[in-house]
Design a protein around this ligand. Structure first.
Ligand SMILES: Cc1cc2nc3c(=O)[nH]c(=O)nc-3n(C[C@H](O)[C@H](O)[C@H](O)COP(=O)(O)OP(=O)(O)OC[C@H]3O[C@@H](n4cnc5c(N)ncnc54)[C@H](O)[C@@H]3O)c2cc1C
Length: 398
């Protein structure tokens, strides 16, 4: 797969279809290797489209399972489900996101103007591989999963920098920057997510899976888990709303840019408002991806001519009230926003809309309703449900 991320659903679909034939054995055997940017790779590089839901986990798994049995494509489906798992896990422990944001802010202040941090971010530590990945990330907005693991491990255990600042560096540069996948993966490397279990990057492993490109010297030889206050128990998932009901404005946010067919079928949509708010993303590359995707989507929806389509750059109550008035509705329906900046903003907007007599309804996808409740503990128990749930959804062949 090539490393260029064209921010349209059509480009995501084309990449998905091109990848499907390789999602079985080729993926399972080759997925850990990272031969470098622009070099052949066994991974799909679908993450930017999945992150903003220009493609859904369900349709990617369906396309893969249409071609392969679950046994043949288990590795790939399982990786897609890691994303679903992290989303569900954080949804039931929103305080872990807040904890990250607070920790990041404290550490930012503490390490202001610290050279070691600057050198790490600029790829000037002298550590082979690490410096290359830092620059690759900034230049391309993407890193292979194994490179993300090595990088995070070296950041935490060799350079001894705060994990929350590493997670922040990733958020500011990855196109696929995601509150759940990024925060929880960094926590996992640090030994916070699975208590006591860390990820230690070694020169041998790096040399093996980079085709001998890098064999860094002086890496930490032990990875003592970091510690923190106990993680709160999972809280039940909040109630999601229904698309059915009075005529509504459809609000599209960067967390789900291609609303589910079921939502579109069930809601009585009188107008669409697409919000591409850069302030709710962390980096320029993600911001540009979303802005272009919003333009593409507005053009596509405009062509169908079913209801007026409007694009806004700032997701705020004033803009939504105005768009609701223009559509002549007292109800706004939007795909559910998982824990992160969009969800926080929507919570504030909902309160302001209430004052105007406008209801804001967030609708969860079947996929999330099906899988998220099983993300209460570790990935292993979550995975045990995978075959049955995929079968219940009609995605596996019998
Ligand atoms: C420290 C660290 C930070 C990360 N930050 C992010 C992030 O901000 N956003 C993000 O989408 N992923 C993140 N990941 C997960 C993973 O690295 C990327 O999803 C993956 O590399 C994307 O490349 P791909 O599409 O080619 O993956 P493929 O291997 O082709 O996998 C297909 C899809 O499955 C999902 N996926 C695969 N592996 C994982 C995983 N380990 N965790 C969660 N989802 C996964 C992604 O949506 C991916 O597009 C992070 C991993 C680590 C170790």
């Amino acid at each position: 797969m090539s490393g260029v991320f064209e921010p349209t659903r059509a480009a995501g679909l084309a990449r998905m279809h091109a990848f499907v034939p390789h999602s079985g054995r080729a993926y399972a055997e080759g997925r850990n290797s990272d031969l470098g940017p622009g070099r052949p790779s066994a991974v799909s590089q679908l993450s930017p489209w999945l992150r903003f839901r220009l493609l859904s986990e369900q349709e990617v798994c369906a396309a893969v399972l249409e071609k392969h049995s679950l046994a043949a494509a288990e590795k790939y489906v399982q990786e897609v489900l890691w994303r679903t798992y992290w989303k569900g896990w954080l949804e039931m422990r929103p305080g872990i996101w807040t904890r990250f944001v607070e920790e990041r802010d404290v550490q930012r202040e503490r390490l202001r103007n610290v050279r070691a941090l600057e050198q790490a971010e600029q790829g000037r530590t002298g550590i082979e591989g690490f410096d290359d990945w830092a620059r690759e990330l900034v230049e391309t907005g993407y890193l292979h999963n194994h490179a993300r693991m090595w990088f995070a491990s070296i950041w935490i255990f060799t350079l001894r920098l705060p994990w929350a600042l590493g997670a922040d560096f990733f958020l500011r540069h990855l196109i696929d920057a995601d509150a759940a996948s990024n925060t929880l993966s960094w926590r996992w490397v640090a030994g916070l997510q699975t208590a006591g279990k860390t990820y230690l990057a070694t020169a041998d492993n790096i040399a093996r899976y980079t085709g001998g490109r890098f064999a860094p010297k002086g890496l930490a030889e032990i990875a003592e888990p970091l510690t923190e206050a106990p993680v709160p128990a999972a809280t039940p998932l909040g109630e999601a709303g229904s698309a059915r009901g009075a005529p509504a404005l459809l609000l599209v946010t960067s967390d789900d840019m291609h609303p589910d067919e079921a939502l579109l079928r069930e809601a009585d949509i009188r107008g669409t408002c697409i919000a591409a708010d850069r302030a709710l993303l962390w980096g320029d590359k993600a911001g540009a991806f979303v802005a272009d995707a919003a333009r593409d989507m507005a053009a596509a929806l405009g062509e169908t001519g079913k209801a007026p389509v409007k694009r806004i750059d700032a997701l705020n109550a004033g803009a939504i009230v105005q768009a609701s008035r223009e559509a002549g509705v007292k109800r706004v329906v939007t795909p559910y926003a998982p824990v992160g900046p969009v969800a926080t903003r929507l919570a504030d907007i909902a309160k302001a809309l209430e004052g105007e007599g406008i209801e804001l309804v967030q609708v969860r996808r079947d996929w999330d309703e099906t899988f998220w409740p099983h993300a209460r503990k570790g990935f292993f128990p979550f995975k045990q449900h995978m075959g049955r749930l995929l079968e219940d959804m009609g995605l596996t062949r019998t």
